[in-house]
Design a protein around this ligand. Structure first.
Ligand SMILES: Nc1ncnc2c1ncn2[C@@H]1O[C@H](COP(=O)(O)OP(=O)(O)OP(=O)(O)O)[C@@H](O)[C@H]1O
Ligand SMILES: [Mg+2]
Length: 226
C-alpha cells in the first residue's frame, strides 16, 4: 500500500527533512508516526501526498510509483489519499455542507453525486444536524470532524492526519481518535502524525518513531516512548 525505499528529503540548502527511510504499510493498518519537533514527521506526511518530492529513494502508493509524479497526476493521487491537518483548513465563508461539497465540486463531480455523497459523509462524522453552521459556529472538535468528512468524500484508501488533535482538548481529541479508529475499521489505512502520548498508547497499534529524519523504532502495538 505505502512503500518507502531509502527515502531522503533534503530542503535547500541542506536541511534534513527525512533521511534513508524505508518502510512498508499494509492496507488497513493504523500507523502512528511520532518524534520530537523538527524530526521529519510532517515531511514524511507531505511526501505521502506529494506536497514534497523526495531527494533520493522511491515512494509507492498502492503499487503506483509517485517518486517523480507529474503535477497533472496529483489530483488522481489525492483522490486516493485524504489529508487532515491540525488547523482544519476549512473555508470560513462556507457552511459545513458547502465545505464538504466544495471538495467534490473542484473534483468535477456532478450535482446529483454531490447531493448523494455529502449527507453520507456528514453522517459518518456525526454532523448531520449542523450542516448549515459556519466554521466559527462550531467547536474545535466539530471543525476537525468537518475536515475529516471533507477528506473522506472520495472514499480514500489512505487517510493522513498531521497532528489532528493538536488544537483540541482531551475530550475532543478522544472523539477524533475514535472517529479515526472507526474509519480504519471501514478499511481505510491511517497514517497519524502526533505528539499525543496518551492517544498513541490507547491505540495499541503500530508506532514509528523518527529522530533527526531517521526511523529509530518501528513497533507493532507500540508505545510512545521519548
Ligand atoms: N519547506 C521547508 N524548507 C526548509 N526546511 C524545512 C521545510 N519544511 C521543514 N523543514 C525542516 O525540516 C526538518 C523537519 O521538519 P518537519 O516539519 O518534517 O518536522 P516535524 O517532525 O513535523 O516537526 P513538528 O513536530 O514541529 O511539526 C526541520 O528541521 C524543519 O525546519
Ligand atoms: Mg509537523
Amino acid at each position: 500500500m505505502i512503500r518507502f525505499k531509502n527515502v531522503s528529503k533534503t530542503y535547500p540548502p541542506n536541511v534534513v527533512g527525512v533521511e534513508g527511510v524505508s518502510l512498508h504499510v499494509k492496507p488497513g493498518e493504523f500507523v502512528s508516526i511520532v518524534g520530537k519537533s523538527g524530526t521529519g514527521k510532517s515531511t514524511f506526511a507531505k511526501l505521502l501526498f506529494a506536497e514534497e518530492r523526495p531527494t533520493r529513494g522511491t515512494i509507492e502508493i498502492g503499487g503506483w510509483d509517485i517518486t517523480h509524479i507529474h503535477d497533472r497526476d496529483i489530483p488522481l493521487l489525492r483522490r486516493q489519499i485524504g489529508v487532515v491537518f491540525q488547523d482544519f483548513k476549512l473555508l470560513p465563508k462556507k457552511t459545513v455542507y458547502e465545505n464538504v461539497a466544495f471538495a467534490l465540486q473542484v473534483a468535477g463531480e456532478r450535482p446529483h453525486r454531490i447531493r448523494e455523497v455529502v449527507p453520507k459523509v456528514l453522517e459518518i462524522v456525526n454532523l448531520q444536524d449542523k450542516l448549515d453552521r459556519y466554521p466559527n459556529q462550531l467547536s474545535g472538535g466539530e471543525q476537525q470532524r468537518v475536515a475529516i468528512g471533507r477528506a473522506l468524500v472520495h472514499s480514500p484508501k489512505i487517510l493522513i492526519a498531521d497532528e489532528p488533535t493538536g488544537n483540541l482538548d482531551t475530550l475532543n481529541s478522544r472523539e477524533i481518535m475514535d472517529l479515526l479508529s472507526k474509519i480504519n475499521e471501514f478499511g481505510t489505512t491511517i497514517a497519524l502524525v502526533t505528539h499525543d502520548r496518551d492517544m498513541v498508547n490507547r491505540l495499541r497499534r503500530r508506532v514509528i518513531t523518527l529522530e533527526e529524519g531517521k526511523v529509530v523504532s518501528d513497533v507493532e502495538e507500540g508505545r510512545y516512548k521519548l
